[in-house]
Write a protein that binds this ligand. Structure first.
Ligand SMILES: *Cc1c(COP(=O)(O)O)cnc(C)c1O
Length: 242
């Protein structure tokens, strides 16, 4: 593939265009799924993206960004115009990094073990903070993937509901990579069922309101299957250069 070197102005205009197209497509999918367009939230995934481009997206109305790595986010944070924009952590979080991130993001979307949850809660309690969190589910049951297995999900949700320094606000998933739309629908709809099942339990200290699924290649499918938060990187900022 030919790598074109774009000027900053060209990249700005790409971002402007991409934000408007993605928002339109989200609105269409939301309406198709019987919802209002503002019931589905767009997150701009900003890993590897320089602050100048992230700020451009924020100028275009992006009010939620997602970063994967604690160190990368903390390094960029001071250069971001976050007064009208929230930041979530969406990448795998190691227990020894928890102390640095609690209080720095408005949500942690990648909680996948009791050990990690306990650490987030402990650090939150010490700082007088209740951290809103999503439980990350390994919906494809893949060996290599992060996320809790769906058979252990209910138990983990119960355990976390007792913690004082964090609060579950929903579920997040990254489905297996697959080109087969029917398979993808299966994963997404299975997630939606788990989400509804837990919501129906009406557990104390659990507010099942966010279902975070769908990325650049499949966010419309995810919305049609009930997602209300899509995490889009490549389609918004272009291919990542590591
Ligand atoms: C990178 C990433 C995304 C965005 O992926 P794209 O395919 O670039 O849209 C979404 N969610 C998580 C957890 C990610 O790590």
């Amino acid at each position: 593939m030919k790598m074109e070197k774009l000027s900053i102005e060209e990249r700005f205009s790409d971002i402007d265009y991409n934000v408007s197209v993605i928002k339109e497509r989200i609105a269409e999918a939301a309406i198709k799924s019987g919802r209002n367009e503002n019931e589905v939230r767009l997150m701009a995934v900003t890993k590897t993206v320089e602050p100048v481009f992230i700020n451009r997206a924020i100028k275009n109305g992006i009010d939620l960004i997602g970063e994967n790595k604690v160190q990368e986010f903390l390094g960029k944070k001071d250069f971001l115009e976050l007064s009208d924009c929230e930041a979530h952590l969406i990448g795998h979080l190691q227990t020894n990094k928890v102390r640095q991130i609690v209080g720095q993001v408005s949500m942690i979307q990648s909680v996948d073990s009791a050990k990690l949850a306990n650490e987030i809660s402990k650090r939150g309690e010490a700082a007088g903070i209740v951290t809103p969190c999503l439980v990350e589910v390994n919906i494809g049951d893949e060996e290599s993937k992060t996320g809790i297995g769906f058979d252990e999900l209910f138990e983990l949700v119960h355990e976390i509901s007792a913690l004082k320094g964090m609060k579950i606000c929903g579920l997040m998933t990254i489905p297996p990579i697959c080109d087969d739309m029917a398979m993808l629908d299966k994963y997404f709809s299975k997630m939606h069922r788990l989400f509804i099942d837990i919501k129906d339990k009406k557990l104390d200290n659990v507010d099942m309101s966010i279902l975070s699924m769908g990325m650049s290649s499949d966010y419309e499918r995810a919305i049609l299957n009930g997602s209300n938060l899509v995490r889009v990187g490549t389609a918004l900022f272009g291919h990542r250069i590591y």
